[in-house]
Design a binder for this molecule. Structure first.
Ligand SMILES: C[S@@+](CC[C@H](N)C(=O)[O-])C[C@H]1O[C@@H](n2cnc3c(N)ncnc32)[C@H](O)[C@@H]1O
Length: 225
């Protein structure tokens, strides 16, 4: 899908309403409590990439975070602006393609990326994080081995690909599991602080090719939730 089609596609979806994107994702809340809150008890600057209706942007802004949001869909951003107005909070919103957004460098303490997989974003994300800043993200994965059901979908990452896209982040949490005919990756990582020997607890669960059934995945201990 090209940019115009992508925009029309999402505008239509948001006009019809997307109730599934109304409430913050449970992984976002868990990762926030576990990794973000202890590091940034007084909030900070956050960027919500492909923010949609802003379920995470709004949640953060009501907790004193200064939040920037970017999304292609004018309809979503209009609804988000109205929601912010209703809550009497201010957000810095950009309507457009994330590729056109000026990330800058060392601007954000937290970057949130949920369900918009664009491999070209990750170097910009790393550069835009402050030292010690965190990336919290959750993305769909291509899961089937024969890839017939998902081959046509280009915006899916492959299994175990995400950590390779953010080599400069220290992995705090990484889990991959199957969800219907796809997979999902949940990830939290921290940008290093130069000269710091800080070591965070690491929780990683990325199932191997041989051991990928959802039942097995669920039996494994998960550090979040
Ligand atoms: C599945 S929704 C997720 C929205 C939000 N991250 C959330 O979890 O609630 C995907 C979002 O990505 C946005 N999007 C798709 N392609 C984009 C692009 N190239 N640049 C910016 N936003 C984009 C869509 O408009 C849509 O809001």
């Amino acid at each position: 899908m090209n940019g115009e089609n992508q925009k029309a596609h999402w505008d239509l979806k948001y006009e019809q309403g997307l109730p599934s994107l109304a409430k913050p994702d449970p992984f976002f809340i868990s990762a926030y409590r576990r990794f973000v809150e202890p590091s940034f008890p007084n909030a900070g600057a956050a960027l919500d990439l492909a923010c949609g209706l802003g379920r995470h942007a709004l949640w953060l802004a009501t907790r004193q975070w200064r939040v920037c949001g970017v999304d292609l869909s004018e309809v979503a951003v209009k609804k988000l602006s109205q929601a912010a107005l209703d809550l009497n909070i201010s957000l810095d919103l950009f309507v457009g393609d994330t590729s056109e957004y000026r990330f800058g460098s060392a601007r954000f303490d937290l970057i949130v990326l949920f369900y918009h997989a664009d491999r070209s974003l990750f170097p910009k994300v790393i550069s835009a994080l402050n030292p010690g800043g965190l990336l919290i993200c959750k993305l769909s994965l291509r899961w089937d081995r024969d890839e017939r059901s998902t081959a046509a979908i280009t915006d899916l990452l492959n299994r175990n690909e995400l950590p390779l896209l953010v080599p400069d982040l220290h992995v705090l949490y990484h889990e991959e599991r199957q969800v219907r005919d796809r997979g999902v990756v949940e990830f939290a990582g921290r940008k290093a602080v130069p000269g710091s020997l800080r070591s965070d607890p690491v929780s990683i669960y990325a199932p191997s090719e041989k051991n990928d059934s959802p039942q097995k995945a669920h039996r494994r201990p998960s550090c979040i939730g």
